[in-house]
Write a protein that binds this ligand. Sequence first.
Ligand code: ADP
Ligand code: MG
Length: 368
Amino acid sequence: MSVVGVVGGGQLARMMIPAAINLGIDLKVFGETDVASAHLAVTQVGDYADFTQLARFAKGVDVLTFDHEHVPLEHLRALQEQGTTVFPPPQALALTQDKTVMRSALEELDVPQPLWAVIDDADDDAVSHVGNFPCIAKLPVGGYDGKGVRVVTQWSEIEDWLEKGPVLLEELVEFTRELAQLGARRPSGQWQAWPVVETRQQGGVCAQVISPAEGLNPSQASLANSLAENIADTYGVVGVLAVELFEKPSGDIVVNELAMRPHNSGHIFTEQSDTSQFEQHLRAVTDTALGSTRLRDNTGIMINLFGSAEFSTWQQCAGDFPSVKFHSYQKPSRPGRKAGHLALTGPTTAETLSEALAAEEAYKGAHS
Ligand SMILES: Nc1ncnc2c1ncn2[C@@H]1O[C@H](COP(=O)(O)OP(=O)(O)O)[C@@H](O)[C@H]1O
Ligand SMILES: [Mg+2]
């Protein structure tokens, strides 16, 4: 298998390009526009929700994979019937498309998660299932970067959502920090995980990642790894699986959500690990032995850049931060949109974080 087709032309597809070049994989991207972040590898532009267009793209590839989770499952099942290899397969992807499907699946696996309920209307009983107000409400489908998540103190705050369809209610978890367990699985079942990282959100969006998460005890680390492997095995995930976690004050960890593709929380592995998540995803979907996930440096820091990430701006401050790696997604600039990131590895968290933050400040200063 040497032709990998990626549906979606965002930054995740873009960052698969260097890994594909090194491995000698022919990467083809089905983008929504020809100014996609992954434009260097875009071979077809169109609408992935249109089966005819998707099938035309799938014809020219050995395996179909994704940069996002929005492709209709019925299209993917139909492609499988026509002989296309789809990784991750639709039965696995289903858990990432609808948060209520994910919650039911995790319940069946006995995976620790927040209390939850699905509601069709203002249902005071349902709130008692998840504790009380304030609780969390989520749109089951289509949310990202916190856009489908609200803290709710009374029903009027989600009236607009309830008019449209069912809403997922969750217990408001008083977490001490958010973590992520990433790993990859290949069709034969080989599973290879990276150490757990800490993710820091601002306004529901990942702002920073600290790798590895500091002070995690061995039982937390082994639980995070085994629950991720269990999910991957049970649903036949192929490729990268990211499991977002909350750590409670007791040290217990519960699952927030899943992604089955490279994930924002794993960008630091490009600099810090023997194998990047983009290379690992390509190895997994081509059924190739997975690479080592050893960390080469004690600490890795990733900081997201929002709005814009212009090379010309970075040029103005690059000289002061020769060890910091700048990644631009080459996306049209939009306020609040993830536009790129900075990555730095080093011997201690304190020093590395402070240098990475200084680089972020310098970048913002150069931009304004
Ligand atoms: N049950 C919860 N309790 C507390 N905070 C939550 C809960 N669910 C989500 N959040 C917060 O909202 C953020 C976004 O929620 P998430 O379900 O991951 O949505 P998205 O798909 O937008 O990433 C989380 O990273 C976390 O900070
Ligand atoms: Mg999330």
